[in-house]
Ligand binder design. Sequence first.
Ligand SMILES: [Fe+2]
Length: 280
Amino acid sequence: MTLNAVQADIYLHHLEIKSNDPDKLAEFYSNVMDMNLKRVSNQKFLCEGPNRKIIIKKGKNKTLGYAGMICKNEENLERYKKFLIQNECEINNFESEFYKSGSFSLHDPDDNMICFGVLNNENSFCTKSIHAPLQHLTFASKDVEKFQTFYEKKLGFQVTDRVIKSSGELATCFTTSNHEHHTIACFKSSKKGVDHHSYEAGEWNNIKLWCDHFAKNNIKLMWGPGRHGPGNNLFVFIEDIDGNWIEISAELETVHGRLVKDWPQEEKTLNLWGKAIMRS
Ligand SMILES: [Fe+2]
């Protein structure tokens, strides 16, 4: 029997981000996101903290290499793969040091690469740090309707919330592959790519610790603190040296099969507490 993404219980585990200057960007993540730094080659670096991993590779600034999703066991992965094949998804084999054999990749309508696999025995070399597992990835797209159709119908993600423009057009779509409010979301934009990636610090006090840590590193908040309507999570945002947006979140809603909620596209939806970055 096949499993959809939520039934297979799939999580975001790591991201590969490209940069013109991977050495410098890796140093940023190491210092500012409190990660250990491992030089894989001159072109590739691995930044690793507890439950957060970012691969930084030479390439065009602010582009995603791929999003690495994990499935908790091989049986679930196999049954999820059958679900994707049944839905006529084009699947490619994908090998990575993080995955056991059997991992695979696919591309969404905007050509973002998403990989799925079962975690290899984790060889973690990181030390104590402020809690913040990598949790979600948010895309920017010219066509959020297409995003919703693909992630919901083809990949079997669950749509949790949507933000609708006064014209009726879809501004944002939140989808999940487990019990967390969203693992992959998408904002309507004039460009396509990544909008931001997010780490879930769990509780408010950890956001305070992160902000103090950012201050020590001379990093100013670019947005927040605030609370999003959809997901009801507390947030702060910073920007890395390439201009990638990084979110530290807490209290993200957990969802167990509730109905989709539609929100109006207004400042308060994006930030219940104050100013919003509207995107479009
Ligand atoms: Fe977010």
